[in-house]
Design a protein around this ligand. Structure first.
Ligand code: PGA
Length: 244
């Protein structure tokens, strides 16, 4: 596990964008695994700048997002479908048909999950997976649990996640309590993983990700076993690491 401690959020975002853009420059038809939330917003802005400066071209790229809320329509501004189009896809030249986001409104969620895993396989697997992390150590919506879920699945959100995500909704009651998420096996099969974190609120989760026991109670700890994982964090998120 490589650890890059950036001075601040901007540097973290630039470093992450540099890794993703290098991947695309080296392999024009890369498969990107993408994340939502506040943390990667700066990285998307940097990638858009690189695209506008003609330093990277997304024309042949395909993307798979980590997760989506269950039963939240894509028109809802809190859906991850909306987030991705609004914050990234509409600003670059990726083909719409090559962007994949789980459909939380699918009638048959089991089939939706199986098809998603199959589509990732059909596209040759994920070359680089971008991850955020919850203060509870979740990656995607793989919440602390007694088991690791391998494949894409329906998940009941942790109370801590509902609380954290309530800042995006007008009230906590509006936060969906269920979501669909890529599973741990799918994430671990990505050829390269980068995990981003910013702020002191993530420091404990980052400490346990790097130094803790590998266990499903802290899902990100599994990344210790990934052959090519890079953690890019700002000083605040890394503040417990520097004491080691
Ligand atoms: P955040 O969410 O980037 O909004 O902090 C990260 C996550 O919950 O995975």
């Amino acid at each position: 596990m490589r650890i890059i401690i950036a001075d601040d959020y901007q540097e973290m975002s630039r470093r992450a964008a540099a890794m993703v853009s290098s991947q695309v420059i080296l392999k024009h038809d890369s498969v990107l695994g993408l994340a939502t939330g506040d943390t990667p917003l700066g990285m998307y802005k940097e990638l858009i700048k690189l695209y506008e400066n003609k330093e990277v071209d997304f024309f042949d790229v395909s993307t798979f997002n980590l997760d989506e809320y269950y039963k939240l329509s894509i028109e809802n501004k809190q859906s991850y479908y909306y987030y991705m189009n609004h914050n990234f896809f509409r600003h670059i030249n990726v083909k719409k048909e090559n962007t994949h986001i789980l459909n939380g409104m699918a009638k048959d969620i089991t089939a939706e999950c199986r098809n998603y895993d199959q589509q990732i396989k059909n596209d040759g697997g994920i070359d680089i997976q971008v991850l955020g992390i919850g203060a509870n150590g979740h990656i995607g919506f793989n919440e602390p649990d007694v088991n690791f879920e391998a494949e894409t699945h329906l998940v009941k959100l942790d109370e801590m996640t509902i609380e954290a995500n309530s800042r995006f909704f007008s009230s906590k009651d509006e936060v969906p309590t269920t979501a669909i998420s890529m599973g741990i096996k799918t994430i671990m099969q990505s050829r390269r993983v980068i995990l981003l974190a910013s702020g002191a609120g993530k420091a404990d989760a980052i400490y346990k990700t790097v130094n803790g026991k590998i266990c499903p109670e802290l899902p990100a700890s599994i990344l210790q076993l990934h052959p090519d994982a890079t953690i890019i964090i700002d000083k605040n998120a890394g503040k417990l690491l520097s004491d080691d």
